[in-house]
Write a protein that binds this ligand. Structure first.
Ligand SMILES: [Fe+2]
Length: 302
């Protein structure tokens, strides 16, 4: 069974690479570990060689999603297992620094997906300045056919369904976090698959306040939140990076107890035990914002 345990990295093609590098190093507080001959910047939250990669380009979009498999996996065996399921994957050597081997495939929306096992962990450590998130938490995709895409991640990579909001968003996970992927129908509104948002986990409420102050000092307005979501119950706040990608900073994400198929109980849960369910809206506190999160994500594509 192929099942990743974490969202390892996200690659962006970047039109304004200097601004993106400044944002990720000085505002977000990641560490630039390596810049290669092609100008690709590899940035780490604290342990791994990279969790974000920025490639200079004429385009600005999501390039690739990397999922890490446990060290017990052999990528050649994974390739065979994928083939048995009718999924073609290419085993690549030395395709990027810190990873001698990776498997490259595409999901039903043609997003490039990498599977890898052992990434180097130079541990540049957590920075003293900037937002400095705990980790890269999840990625939200705008799919052309969310049901088809969810089926792919659940059937091929053994993600588990957690929640759904109307027909808009589907939440799935490969670890204990409520969601590692959010697969929405935003792509249908744009006319092609897009990234909806990328999300980083913070430590606690005071870290969230401090982070939003850091954004304000850098003239980056908080667009939505902080408020508690329904699906996942994370307290989330959203802003744009310099290229209009929607970025979420969150705390208090629900934790899935796989053995009992419910979320670790919290006082703010609407029902106990809190199980996977459908929600009508994404704001637990009943706050209705003038603009929805989709609107903010769509601004980049208008
Ligand atoms: Fe999110």
């Amino acid at each position: 069974m192929i099942k990743p345990f974490k969202l390892g990295y996200v690659d962006f093609a970047s039109k304004n690479i200097e601004a993106m590098e400044y944002y990720y190093t000085n505002v977000m507080g990641l560490t630039l570990v390596e810049k290669d001959a092609d100008g690709i910047r590899y940035l780490s939250t604290g342990l791994d060689h990279h969790n974000i990669a920025l490639t200079p380009s004429n385009e600005s979009d999501l390039q690739c999603i990397g999922f890490q498999l446990g060290k017990q996996y052999e990528l050649k065996d994974v390739e065979k297992q994928l083939k048995q399921q009718g999924i073609s994957a290419k085993l690549k050597s030395d395709a990027r620094p810190s990873l001698p081997k990776l498997l490259e495939l595409t999901d039903p929306d043609d997003f490039i997906v990498h599977l890898f096992t052992n990434m180097e962990t130079p541990a540049p450590h957590f920075k003293e300045n900037g937002i400095v998130p705990n980790k890269l938490g999840h990625l939200a995709l705008g799919s052309m056919d969310p049901n088809r895409s969810v089926a792919f991640y659940n059937n091929v990579l053994n993600f588990e369904y957690t929640d759904k909001i109307g027909d808009r968003a589907n939440f799935i996970t490969c670890n204990s976090d409520h969601h590692v992927l959010n697969i929405s129908n935003l792509g249908q509104q744009v006319g092609h698959p897009v990234m909806y948002h990328i999300a980083f986990e913070l430590r606690d409420a005071s870290h969230q306040y401090k982070s939003l102050d850091i954004l304000a000092r850098n003239n980056i307005p908080t667009l939505w939140g902080p408020t508690r979501h329904t699906a996942g119950h994370n307290i989330a706040a959203y802003h744009h990076d310099p290229e209009g990608n929607l970025v979420e900073l969150f705390i208090e994400m629900d934790q899935l107890l796989v053995d009992v198929e419910y979320f670790d109980p919290r006082p703010w849960h609407e029902e106990l035990p809190m199980k996977a369910r459908h929600w009508d809206d994404n704001a637990a506190w009943g706050i209705r914002y003038e603009k929805t999160l989709f609107d903010f994500a769509l601004q980049k594509y208008q």
